[in-house]
Design a protein around this ligand. Sequence first.
Ligand SMILES: NC(=O)c1ccc[n+]([C@@H]2O[C@H](COP(=O)([O-])OP(=O)(O)OC[C@H]3O[C@@H](n4cnc5c(N)ncnc54)[C@H](O)[C@@H]3O)[C@@H](O)[C@H]2O)c1
Length: 548
Amino acid sequence: MPQPRRVLVTGGSGFIGSHVVDTLARRGYEPRIFDLRESPHHEPGSVDTVLGDATDTASLVRAMDGCAAVIHLAAMADVGHVQADPAGAERLNARATAAVLEAARATGVGRVVYGSTIWVYSDCEPTAVEEATPLAHPAHLYSATKLAGELYCRSYAELYGVDYTILRFGIPYGPRARVAAVVPAMVERALKGEPLTVAGDGSQGRRFVYVEDLAAGVVEALKPEAANRVYNLAGTETTTILEIAQTVRELLGNVEIVQTEARPGDFGGKEVSSERALLELGWRASTPFREGVRRYVEWRHAHEPVLGAPVVQPERVAIRRPVWRDRVLPRVPALVPSPRRALSMAAVAASLGWGVMSDDSFSTLAKIFGGGPTTSVHTTRPVVGVVIDAPPSMAVEVARTLRRDGGAASIGLTGKVDTTTLAAIRASGSDPLPRLKPGGPVRWMGTRSQVKHLARDLGVTGHIYYEAPAKGFTYTQNLLAHTAGASALRGQVRIAGTGPLGHVDRGDILQLTLTDSNWRARLAVLCRQLRARHLHAVPADELIRGRS
Ligand SMILES: NC(=O)c1ccc[n+]([C@@H]2O[C@H](COP(=O)([O-])OP(=O)(O)OC[C@H]3O[C@@H](n4cnc5c(N)ncnc54)[C@H](O)[C@@H]3O)[C@@H](O)[C@H]2O)c1
């Protein structure tokens, strides 16, 4: 595998992620941050950044465009936050990882490097652990949600061939660390001249890892030999809490050390071996603990403390309404349309005159304003979207036949179809697809309700994709359907008969109509020709949604 160049780093604005971004850039990669917030650790505009939510597969799919790998670090990393918000932790740690894997599957990104934690060993029997140590069910929610992410990685590799590398990080420390972490917390106290608190008797050992060493290990994990492997990235020395306090005292002055109660659910401390990372990746944590703390203190003298990485929600754009509207609207709500609605009504009205007259108007208008049916999407996966028009009586058999050949399709249907048929189509991996009737001078008027009813009858939820009629599809229909939250798709390649397929690219939508008795032979020929090109048939609507 050639060395990947552009690498997406989810959580790249955070503590570990920002160092990973720097290491990638130093080593000639092109890092791209995916985070809810701009990086506070980089000059604005200096790193390619996509703002988005890591639980949103569609945003991830867009961000992964052109990326050879994704390093997934976005998470709720603070165990205090996890305890306070268990549902949020599950969403952010487990579900976001599933979303990243799903996006990787859709885009064909070559590797998902997952930032896990040595906390997954917390409940293991042995005190000395390595990657092959059987894991016990974790008691702490942080470990449970991070372990769920590991399991999803394995499942996606098994079922869909998405390569992963799982990295179990030791406890990182160093510049940009949150003050809630043990080393920065002690440094803060020492800077204020307050006594250093040590939980329990201070003899608990931790495998700390200096964050820049850790970032180097994360980048090493992009190597081909790390595919589908698990590595511990922890320090080589065990440091006790008491030793941390003593190191901080040595570096910052003569502060008192006092002992407090042990924290509930804290990582018990294990001898974590990182031997495998040394043998296979040539990585070891090389910065001695004292030196790492010294560098943190030096950084801290020049910077404000990082108070934490709160789980910020994506910003909502406030739409300011004109004052007159606030006063008048409550009195005449039905008479005054919102500006946006008025604008779209004007646009609809303006295009009606010509748009309804002929379907020839469609291509001209679509060229000017854009927004015609989707006929292909960009994907690096070896898939094509398929739309099959077939009468409801044939639809289930078509979907099953396709399934036997390892494929699936969107089955275009124009009316109400019984639930058993719909369930059987879906059980075969295909999707029922609302199929709009042609427009023309009169029929465009019912477009909005037609699309909505069709979607409801076929049990289509979320954003509606519908099949645009091959002939008689007017721009007005397109526009009206759009106002009902629906988008048109149609075949880039129309297949008739059993002849050769012609030129087909990954991501193209192929369309065929099956009504004749010859349909099985036609499907078999299509599947054979796709196989010969190493292409896989998926439902066209799934392809666009980025699920395939
Ligand atoms: N810090 C540790 O002690 C530690 C130890 C072991 C493993 N890890 C793991 O390493 C990874 C990074 O940890 P960190 O300490 O750098 O955390 P951090 O909190 O500093 O960074 C996490 C980043 O993710 C971003 N983020 C949060 N929710 C998001 C969302 N929904 N969508 C997009 N971005 C989102 C945050 O804005 C933040 O920039 C995590 O997966 C964590 O579980 C951390």
